[in-house]
Design a protein around this ligand. Structure first.
Ligand code: GUN
Ligand code: ZN
Length: 431
């Protein structure tokens, strides 16, 4: 059991807060002590170096340590189709997404892309994610297996869909329930893995399938649930025509018992007043995916109203409609969405949504999202001076919120020096 002490500036949010722009902890001359995969201590370099004289030192002074980023909504089988040109949601699904996801029927291919996918997460500083796999059970197995090898905290699920997509991508209500249950038994609660029941979205599930998945959700009350909601105006019109006897899109998930704490809904751009209220009462959370929403022209997420209703919001890439694996760049785009709405997102507020706020939304803040002693040692080392431009921009005397803002506009994987999961490096820039 080796104790290590990392010297750097350190930023995190130690608690759940409604005031993320003020409630952060920052140690300019800081130290982080890890032992046996966990955080042992965090504080000022001077006092911790005196306290932990035997710890193996790692000197990152001038750089920044933050909690590993959490990406709360993205699609593993879409890794290879980022930046596919030119359409809005429904055509984009038909023309690019479904043909690509077909390849994941092959377990060897799925295992190969699972490794690429995790490498992309780690090189961008992301240590935890809430992930959609494809409809194939073997692809979810490949992803869980790859994450387990890295001791990663991963939430994932097999997509379920039994209509309105090519027949070669359809399961059935019975298969969806059976295969999801088998995956829950195999992976949920094993090491750091969690299962999410994953109906793709209301249009691709029959009522029978939604019923079967709602039954499963009741049988396993502690698993996660994830789906898409109110992303695109044509999609919403379609849902209304498929489910005319429901009180809007959210009501479909609600009536089938899929609205509860640990449910995460992607997008939620075009919400009706009663949907905000119902979402707030249910304890469910929202994944805000700015690069995807801009790329597909879906709309501008209303973070202010979500937070007014006290709905937990987590930032997410939504790869491959999202255009980057970088949560830093995603933060930059979240700011621009705010600009277009006339509501400026404070940089540390956005940073909260990709660390502690996301962990709170997922009920995992006792393990990830912050650097509190006792949590898992998932953290990232960032070099705010990674090139000539950022060396000029991020000066010695810059305030931390200014540095985070500049990184959100200028950085990507070039700023990531190293990424650690459970105290072990999973990515090192110079290795
Ligand atoms: N709605 C249903 N499926 C998808 C998907 O794969 N990506 C996005 N952005 N929206 C969806
Ligand atoms: Zn999505």
């Amino acid at each position: 059991m080796t104790t290590k002490i990392y010297f750097a500036s350190i930023l995190h949010f130690s608690q759940k807060t409604q005031q993320p722009k003020d409630d952060f902890s920052y140690f300019k001359d800081g130290a982080l002590v890890t032992r046996n995969g966990k955080i042992e201590a965090i504080g000022d370099a001077k006092s911790l170096s005196e306290q932990y004289v035997e710890a193996i030192p790692a000197d990152y002074r001038g750089q920044l340590i933050v909690p590993g980023f959490i990406d709360s909504h993205l699609h593993f089988p879409q890794t290879e189709m980022l930046a596919s040109y030119g359409e809005q949601l429904l055509d984009w699904l038909d023309n690019y997404t479904f043909p690509t996801e077909k390849k994941f029927a092959d377990p060897e291919y799925a295992a190969k892309i699972a490794d690429v996918f995790l490498r992309q997460l780690y090189r961008h500083g992301t240590t935890s994610a809430m992930v959609y796999s494809s409809v194939h059970q073997c692809a979810a197995d490949a992803l869980f297996g790859a994450a387990q090898k890295n001791n990663m905290l991963l939430i994932a699920g097999k997509v379920c869909m039994d209509r309105h997509c090519p027949t070669w991508l359809q399961d059935t209500p019975e298969i969806a329930q059976k295969e999801s249950a088998e995956l829950i038994e195999r992976w949920h609660g094993k090491d750091r893995l969690h299962y999410a029941i994953t109906p793709r979205f209301a249009p691709t599930s029959s009522r029978e399938q939604l019923h079967a998945l709602g039954e499963l959700a009741q049988q396993y009350p502690d698993v996660y649930i994830q789906s898409h909601l109110n992303e695109n105006l044509n999609e919403i019109e379609w849902v209304n025509s498929l489910f005319p006897d429901y009180n809007g899109y959210l009501d479909v998930y609600d009536k089938f018992n899929m609205l509860r704490p640990k449910s995460m809904f992607g997008h939620c751009i075009h919400m009706q007043e009663h949907e905000w209220q119902r979402m707030a009462d249910s304890g469910a959370s929202i994944a805000f995916c700015p690069t995807s929403n801009l790329f597909l022209g879906s709309g501008l997420f209303d973070l202010v109203t979500a937070e007014k209703y006290n709905i937990p919001v987590a930032l997410a890439t939504d790869v491959g409609a999202g255009t980057t694996f970088s949560m830093l760049r995603t933060l930059g785009e979240a700011y621009k969405v705010g600009q277009l709405r006339g509501e400026q997102l404070q940089p540390l507020h956005g940073f909260y949504l990709m660390t502690q706020g996301a962990a709170v939304a997922q009920d995992l803040d006792d393990q990830i999202g912050n650097l509190n002693p006792g949590t898992d040692a998932d953290f990232v080392i960032i070099d705010p001076h990674f090139d000539e431009l950022t060396r000029l921009r991020c000066e010695e005397q810059s305030e931390i919120k200014e540095i985070i803002f500049a990184l959100s506009m200028l950085a990507d994987d070039r700023a990531i020096t190293a990424t650690y999961i459970a105290g072990e490096p999973v990515y090192q820039a110079n290795a």
